[in-house]
Design a protein around this ligand. Structure first.
Ligand SMILES: Nc1ncnc2c1ncn2[C@@H]1O[C@H](COP(=O)(O)OP(=O)(O)OP(=O)(O)O)[C@@H](O)[C@H]1O
Length: 597
């Protein structure tokens, strides 16, 4: 499966994070309160050296031991107030970050629902899953802790350096000068960490795709004894991700190391110069002590910048990955001034229809290459053609699963692109060979297109689709089926999918070989019941079995992207050699199928 489009190489941190503003804005007051609490906490920590300096240069120098107690109580009070501020920071930021995560997740899911099938053809499911779960979790953690600490530690550093300069302009200036290499280290870190962080996120998405696909295809893997092979593939992907995570951790550790070494070298030089300043009476012992007590307080903000910087880059990449999905242009949208069909009759016309998939090689002819076909109201048209001739693709166009790339599809004379998708899909219903059911009750699955419809609609749909077996399920029509529910046979699934299409009572029913998994007797019963429905409904049925062709009023033969011939089954048999050839291959396939059953 082709993966999602390549990512831009290096997004910028601030613009990428600023794009989260619409989600953050409603919670900004609480977030700012969190930043405020954290900032007050940090400033309180910076105040402790003031007490120490007052103690050393005052009472201790004059031998006044009684003054130690008030100073100790002041330090304790400052410590307690700092702890309270840390609690308040968490209290203020926890809720906003979880709300932001939830609303971003909802928007992502809504976008996935809106985006056309062509988008889902190109994107791996695991990539979408990892964006919805892992990336948004990363953004929540960054909002809750990373962003707040980043801002607070940066401000603490600015204030702290100001305090150092105040204690001693010479020592403070020296400290700043000697710390400048941090800027170079941070710049180099950003150059490389961006890519490795993005690679890790993409690889986590690939890994999720592998898990999803192998869980989905577990029967095939087991039937072909490919479990070991799948495990080997998974292990190698997992170890690639591990190597990337290690590369990330190495770069992070290296930054952390320099953020520890550089300040300590600065402290050592400052200590040397500071002691000299004390000996030449340019500085008091209390000032020197306060200078270093402040420097120690600044140690954490400096060191933490290492992982916070990495955290910010991870979050920026997560934001970019989120926006790559939500910014994807929806190529199948509703018209600005939609038309409407008040009383649909179900006349379906393909006029010079062309279609090619986005990833079709240049120079290759269009898959649907100028198809013309008219289905009169109430008519049942079978669509036949050799394999790969584009039948399934053509049937996806009336409901706009894909949009034509040329020509038009008309429903009762209205271009389907002029209707809202909601209206169009009440007029056109589909059932596919690959019957997808959701982990919900039988009722919910069948009434998917007509939620809230009454039991009569449900019963009739189940009767037409010969799906009365549902009444024997443990909880009848309330039985939960699908992935996390009861397993059904392929034929049972197809009948429920057919019931779903029929229940919607559409003007046009598009059936892509929906009876392929049924035995011949059941197929005959379904067809007999369908005949009643199809008397009022226009139907386009992709037929892979001769018996399905018999159901139709007329047959359209698709060949090389066009409708080669249209007529009754016997007319085509009599006049079209390609039709005879296609039909004999269908009959042969059917014979082989019966032998295998
Ligand atoms: N989502 C897709 N993206 C790109 N190419 C596709 C996609 N779906 C189908 N194709 C290609 O389009 C061609 C026609 O496929 P389609 O399923 O429409 O044919 P078909 O006539 O229904 O075939 P069959 O009888 O085997 O079901 C095939 O070559 C297929 O590889």
């Amino acid at each position: 499966m082709p993966s999602q489009p390549a990512a831009p190489s290096k997004p910028r941190i601030i613009p990428s994070l600023a794009r989260l503003m619409p989600y953050v804005r409603p919670y900004l007051p609480r977030l700012l309160a969190g930043v405020g609490a954290a900032l007050v906490g940090s400033l309180l920590a910076l105040a402790i050296p003031l007490v120490l300096r007052a103690l050393v240069d005052g009472p201790l120098t004059h031998g006044d031991r009684d003054a130690v107690w008030p100073a100790a109580i002041a330090v304790l009070a400052l410590g307690l107030a700092e702890a309270l501020c840390i609690f308040l920071r968490r209290f203020f930021v926890l809720q906003p970050s979880t709300y932001v995560e939830a609303s971003m997740r909802r928007d992502l899911y809504a976008r996935l629902q809106q985006l056309p099938v062509a988008f889902h053809d190109r994107w791996q499911s695991g990539q979408l899953l990892s964006r919805a779960v892992q990336d948004l979790g990363q953004l929540r953690r960054f909002l809750a802790f990373g962003s707040v600490l980043f801002v607070v530690n940066l401000l603490t550093l600015v204030v702290g350096v100001g305090v150092l300069l105040w204690w001693s302009p010479l020592l403070g200036g020296l400290f700043v000068l000697l710390s400048l290499p941090i800027v170079v280290v941070a710049f180099r870190f950003e150059q490389t960490y961006h890519q490795v962080s993005r690679r890790a996120q993409d690889q986590a998405g690939d890994l999720a795709t592998t898990v999803e696909q192998s869980v989905h295809g577990i029967r095939v893997l087991k039937a072909f004894g490919r479990g070991r092979h799948a495990l080997d593939g998974f292990t190698s992907q997992a170890s690639e991700l591990r190597s990337t995570e290690i590369a990330k951790a190495r770069q992070d550790a290296s930054l952390w190391m320099w953020l520890t070494i550089i300040p300590f070298v600065s402290y050592a030089v400052c200590l040397f110069v500071g002691v000299w300043l004390v000996t030449v009476d340019q500085l008091t012992v209390g000032q020197l002590l306060a200078f270093f007590a402040t420097a120690v307080v600044l140690n954490w903000p400096i060191e933490s910048m290492g992982f916070l910087y990495a955290f910010a880059i991870d979050a920026a990449n997560a934001s970019v990955r989120f926006h790559e999905v939500v910014d994807t242009e929806n190529t199948i949208d509703d018209p600005e001034r939609p038309a409407t069909i008040a009383e649909p009759r179900g006349r379906l016309a393909f006029e010079g229809v062309r279609f090619r998939y986005q990833d079709a090689p240049d120079g290759e002819r269009d898959l649907v290459d100028g198809a013309d076909l008219v289905l009169e109201p109430g008519e049942t048209m079978a669509l036949v053609g050799s394999t790969g001739s584009g039948k399934t693709t053509l049937t996806a166009l009336p409901a706009r699963l894909y949009d034509v790339t040329g020509g038009r599809v008309l429903l009762d004379g209205v271009d389907v692109r002029d209707l809202t998708r909601e209206e169009l899909r009440t007029h056109v219903a589909m059932a596919f060979e690959d019957a997808t059911l959701f982990s919900r009750s039988v009722r919910d699955n069948v009434l998917l297109g007509v939620p809230g419809a009454d039991d009569d609609v449900l019963d009739e749909a189940l009767r037409i689709a010969q799906a009365s077996f549902v009444h024997d399920l443990p909880d009848g029509i309330e039985t939960v089926i699908g992935e996390e529910g009861l397993s059904l046979s392929g034929g049972q699934r197809q009948r429920l999918a057919l019931a779903r299409a029929v229940a919607a009572k559409p003007a046009v029913l598009v059936l892509d070989d929906p009876l392929s998994a049924l035995d011949v007797d059941t197929e005959a019963q379904v067809e007999a019941a369908l005949r009643q429905v199809l008397a009022e409904t226009t139907a386009l049925i992709v037929a892979h079995r001769p018996s399905t062709v018999q159901l139709a009023d007329r047959v359209a033969l698709m060949r090389e992207g066009r409708i080669d011939d249209v007529g009754t089954h016997s007319e085509l048999l009599a006049r079209n050699e390609h039709y005879r050839f296609v039909l004999s291959s269908l009959e042969e396939a059917e014979r082989n199928r019966e032998v295998n059953l």
